[in-house]
Write a protein that binds this ligand. Structure first.
Ligand SMILES: C[S@@+](CC[C@H](N)C(=O)[O-])C[C@H]1O[C@@H](n2cnc3c(N)ncnc32)[C@H](O)[C@@H]1O
Length: 328
């Protein structure tokens, strides 16, 4: 579509949609109470919503998936950007009438799914013509945008990284770009470099599979109800090749075990990968990896975790039973 038609298309959408009620209006109208266990903290400020949608980059003509649209403030912002189509997945059935109203009014193909994002099969979530080869520089014309429920944001991120590693689930479409809101502290961990106090399992896992950018912070006061913490917008783009090439499950296990001993030097974490009766294997793994044993987990580069994973893989190939060992 020529760029000159985009603002008109977006304008059409705006004019067809019901007048923008405030989130408090919607909550009052439908007698809705925000549910803490579903991480319901709603965005209030239309200017902030515009800023979030703009930070996603050009999404006109993209197929977009929004997770947890709630009463639909961010949903409107996405529709107003003139997207090709939008799918929303929301667990709370109380928001279905608001979503249906938007669907009827927006003039853009909109699919509403009531369900749990952790259980949804995302294999066929976008139109088939959006598939792009993984190694192509061109990203698929699709986007995921979400103000994620804080209680599931980390398990969801880990699950998606797993899917990225196998190009499966919604990453069957290629290197799908994601613009997501996390708790500020989780966002800080995702981008933390070696040597940073925030450096964690999440930093290594995210940076191994994605380029991760912290776009901007959002004050807790921008949400209703106000959460106890601030939030941050993070953009993730899957990398063509991860630095650590071992299977996801193995990478996750090595990184998790090492970070479970985050205050201690490397031999402590590596030691938890093998039973006490096989202590010699952890010494062998460290030696084989070539990583300096006096280092602590937060200092390590992704490449060094790669060296540790390669050594672990070699040891469990020679001692297959060790692959099943779980500490504690
Ligand atoms: C932080 S609120 C965001 C609401 C809205 N997008 C906004 O920005 O104002 C998170 C939303 O995710 C929904 N949600 C919580 N758990 C979910 C799950 N497992 N699957 C899908 N939606 C979920 C909540 O009901 C809520 O509407």
């Amino acid at each position: 579509m020529a760029s000159s038609t985009i603002p008109r298309a977006a304008g059409l959408v705006v004019s067809r949609m019901p007048p923008m009620p405030t989130i408090s209006d919607i909550l009052r109208l439908y007698r809705l109470r925000a549910l803490k266990h579903l991480g319901q903290n709603f965005l209030l400020n239309p200017r902030l919503i515009k800023k979030i949608v703009k930070s996603a980059g050009p999404i006109e003509n993209c197929s977009v998936l929004e997770i947890g649209p709630g009463p639909g403030s961010l949903t409107r912002g996405i529709l107003e950007a003139g997207v090709r189509d939008l799918t929303v997945i929301e667990r709370d059935s109380r928001f279905m009438p608001v979503m249906k109203e938007l669907q009827e009014a927006c003039g853009i193909p909109m699919t509403i799914k009531q369900g749990d994002i952790l259980r949804e099969d995302l294999q066929s979530i976008f139109p088939e013509d959006t598939v792009r080869p993984w190694n192509s520089d061109e990203l698929p014309p699709v986007h995921i945008i979400a103000n994620l429920p804080f209680n599931i944001s980390t398990p969801l991120a880990i699950r998606w990284l797993n899917d990225i590693s196998t190009h499966s689930g919604m990453f069957r479409y290629g290197r799908v770009k994601m613009t997501l809101m996390f708790q500020h502290e989780v966002a800080q961990r995702m981008i933390a470099h070696p040597g940073n106090e925030q450096r964690s399992r999440l930093s290594v896992m995210c940076q191994n599979y994605c380029s991760v950018n912290y776009i901007f912070p959002i004050k807790g006061t921008s949400f209703l109800p106000k959460p106890e913490v601030d939030a941050g917008v993070v953009q993730l783009i899957p990398l063509k090749e991860p630095t650590i090439k071992q299977p996801f499950k193995m990478v996750e296990k090595v990184v998790r075990n090492i970070y479970n001993q985050r205050r201690h030097t490397l031999p402590h974490g590596v030691g938890t990968l093998f039973p006490k009766s096989h202590k010699h294997l952890s010494a062998e793994m460290l030696e084989m990896s070539g990583v300096e044993p006096t280092r602590k987990p937060f200092m390590l580069e992704v490449e060094e975790f790669g060296m540790l994973c390669a050594a672990y893989e070699k040891i469990v190939t020679e001692n297959p039973i060790m692959a099943h060992y779980q500490f504690r």
